[in-house]
Design a protein around this ligand. Structure first.
Ligand code: TRP
Length: 453
């Protein structure tokens, strides 16, 4: 079942490929770097609960909504809206997604670059013989430099562009399928070490024992932003990937599996990090550098830590790569389908432009660290704006589009594969996308930003 009006589009080879690619997008630095640092800043347990609530009540339906739009339209994030709602302003959602993609990739590639630096350090045994203080110091020296962080960012963007250039099936799918399970296995091993450190219990308590006095509206907004960021929703990544999904793939099951996998890995990352945070007397609210300071400490205390460190940072870089690829694909699919560029030209232009913006994010930790705008660096703003503003906004309009514009028939068709699946929860889904999700996100938004109250 192909559409006649579109040239032959690349597609995922089948069910496993779809899940691997979508999970590859969702699982990344968002789980292993961002989740622990945001949870740490927001007091742990209660944040985790609210985050989980958002993941399942809102994140999962939004993910399904995006896949629905993409597979229905068989186009890129912007073209999908143009095709399904010709002559209407809905395509602006897609445009916002392209902006978000630029911003996310610009700062994400900074952190992805750090993982490469740490991989090299792991190889050359750079952590050995350093205590917690020294490891923190060497991190700060590295991150505040210019040359090395920029070099690694460039390398990372190059790798991302290379995979995108090779296309969906051969590029994205192939690597994700094998490497994700290995990463999970390794995280579990590191969790075990972290949990057996002296004083680990305090970390578990921090992560799992909710202290509701820590909850304020900005914390709730952070939880929503983190949920959206981690699931890769609100920006058109999953519209774009949805457009490569075949007609016989079960969308609700796919979305649910990806959601569960992504969330489990975030929680595992928390279990890996927080016991060690307390065991090594590190401040959980350390911020952007948290995992980079904590992990080497764990490796130092592990039998075979040298090898584990190498494998871990290799896999973390790859997890980051399958995510950056999914962000760049949004822009490249748009450039090539809507602006009629060759895939190659689209890749080069998009990747170069984003790298250029990304330089400012990377230098935010060094030469530009004093260039604060309302208390945040350029990096801080990219991170905050994309996760807490653009993604929730995108999510609101995506669910409104599916709930109110697309129509029940079209939605039912995609959810049930033209009536082949039962679609028992179709009505629940429709209530969520029509009412619950848009209202809930709007409220969190208004209060979280302090627009009211
Ligand atoms: N979810 C990815 C992570 O957790 C990052 C990512 C990929 C993303 N594509 C996205 C975030 C689209 C927001 C929107 O690392």
């Amino acid at each position: 079942m192909t559409n006649n009006d579109v040239p032959v589009r690349d597609s995922f080879s089948g069910k496993v490929g779809v899940i691997a690619a979508a999970a590859g997008s969702a699982v990344g630095l968002g789980n292993i770097w961002r989740f622990p640092y945001v949870a740490g800043e927001n007091g742990g347990g209660a944040f985790l609960l609210i985050y989980l609530g958002f993941i399942f009540a809102i994140g999962f339906p939004v993910m399904l909504a995006e896949l629905t739009i993409g597979r229905r339209a068989q186009r890129n994030a912007l073209g999908s809206f143009k095709k399904l709602a010709p002559g209407k302003p809905w395509y602006l959602i897609g445009l916002m997604g392209i902006v978000a993609a630029f911003m996310i990739l610009a700062f994400y590639s900074t952190i992805a670059g750090w993982t490469l630096e740490y991989l090299v350090q792991a190889f050359t045994n750079g952590f050995s013989g350093q205590d917690a203080m020294q490891l923190k110091e060497s991190f700060e020296v590295f991150q505040s430099g210019s040359f090395r962080p920029l070099l690694w960012q460039l390398v990372f963007m190059f790798l991302t562009a290379f995979i995108i250039y090779r296309g969906v099936k051969r590029g994205i799918e192939k690597y994700t399928k094998i490497l994700m399970p290995v990463l999970v296995f390794l995280i579990i091993i590191i969790c075990i070490r972290s949990l057996t450190l002296d004083g680990a219990g305090e970390g578990l308590e921090f992560l799992f024992k909710p202290d509701f006095s820590k909850i304020t509206w900005p914390v709730i907004l952070d939880a929503l932003g983190q949920a959206a960021f981690s699931l890769s929703i609100g920006m058109g990544t999953l519209i774009t990937y949805g457009s490569y999904i075949k007609k016989d793939t079960n969308l609700p099951t796919t979305a649910l599996q990806v959601t569960v996998a992504d969330t489990s890995i975030a929680i595992l990352a928390g279990v890996m990090i927080f016991p060690a945070v307390f065991a090594f007397n590190i401040d959980p609210a350390e911020g952007f550098g948290l995992v980079f300071i904590v992990l080497p400490n764990i490796f130092e205390q592990m039998a075979g830590g040298y090898f584990f460190a190498i494998i871990f940072f290799t896999l973390l870089s790859i997890a980051a790569l399958t995510s950056t690829v999914s962000v760049l694909e949004v822009v490249v699919a748009y450039f090539s389908e809507e602006l009629n560029m060759s895939r190659r030209k689209a890749t080069i232009i998009a990747a170069s432009a984003i790298t250029l913006v990304g330089v400012f994010a990377t230098l935010s930790f060094g030469p530009l660290s004093d260039a604060l705008i309302l208390g945040k660096t350029v990096f801080g703003w990219f991170d905050y704006l994309s996760a807490n503003i653009l993604l929730p906004l995108g999510a609101i309009f995506i669910v409104l589009f599916v709930g109110w514009y697309l129509g029940k028939k079209a939605v039912a068709d995609e959810i049930t594969n033209q009536g082949e699946l039962k679609g028992r929860l179709l009505n629940v889904f429709l209530v969520i996308v029509k009412f619950i999700a848009p209202i809930a996100i709007t409220l969190v938004f208004i209060y979280g930003l302090g627009l009211i109250g």
